[in-house]
Design a binder for this molecule. Structure first.
Ligand code: DX5
Ligand code: ZN
Length: 224
């Protein structure tokens, strides 16, 4: 499985998003990671469909939406309807709050979009195993969801190892995404534990040269 970087947009400079996208385009980021928070599941509110309306038309970089909302069963279908056939490649919801995972998975996949399931740092990784056949991606949160710029919770790394072993054991090719507190100096700890899609916000946007930062991250992938 090919590893890649996803840039988490909430850490970008929203005063000049066009420039941010140009700079990302010059780098080798694979996805834009788009955090939607509701002020309820997490103590923060971020971007939503107004901003996404513009981005899906303009971004040539595929968009991955990470929903941190307490009612994904209600809200996600509206997004799927609106953004299918646009540049949205994956939609992830939190396992802890999704009441009908098989149903939501079917709806998202039918629209040609990947379905991801996220695990909060306080949720045991084994809770995802029973849903494994419904998912296209597993997101292991490495900070408490809600804010960019937090420090990584290193105890989450053992969850990556456990899930990676479980997937290998069951002959499953599902990418493991990690999100929160990831910078070029800790990427290799995550990839060597088995992570494939590395989300980074401040680790990219608070550096001067995105192209160089992303290159540094990619260079620390195993086998590079
Ligand atoms: C946290 C978000 C992350 C966050 C990443 O709730 O889901 O995507 O923006 O930002 P950094 O990389 O700065 O932790
Ligand atoms: Zn996120």
């Amino acid at each position: 499985m090919k590893n890649f970087i996803a840039a988490s947009l909430i850490a970008a400079n929203f005063w000049n998003l066009e420039k941010e996208f140009k700079r990302l385009k010059e780098s080798r980021v694979g996805w834009i990671h788009y955090d939607i928070m509701d002020g309820h599941y997490v103590p923060n509110i971020t971007i939503g469909s107004c901003e996404l309306d513009s981005l899906v038309k303009k971004s040539s970089i595929p968009i991955d939406i990470h929903f941190m909302v307490s009612n994904p069963d209600e809200i996600v279908p509206l997004f799927v309807k609106k953004y299918k056939n646009l540049n949205v490649v994956n939609i992830t919801v939190h396992l802890e709050v999704c009441s009908n995972i098989p149903k939501l998975s079917r709806l998202i996949k039918r629209a040609g979009i990947g379905f991801g399931l996220a695990v909060h740092p306080s949720t045991p990784i084994k809770n995802i195993y029973k849903f494994i056949r419904y998912i296209d991606l597993a997101l292991i949160m490495t900070v408490k969801p809600g804010f960019a710029g937090q420090k990584i919770i290193t105890s989450c790394i053992k969850k990556i190892k456990a899930l990676s072993t479980y997937l290998k054991h069951n002959n499953l090719e599902i990418p493991i995404q990690v999100d929160g507190g990831i910078k070029s100096d800790n990427v290799s700890r995550l990839t060597s534990a088995g992570a494939n899609i590395i989300v980074s916000g401040t680790g990219i946007f608070k550096t001067n040269d995105y192209k160089e930062t992303v290159k540094e991250m990619i260079n620390s992938f195993p086998g590079k």
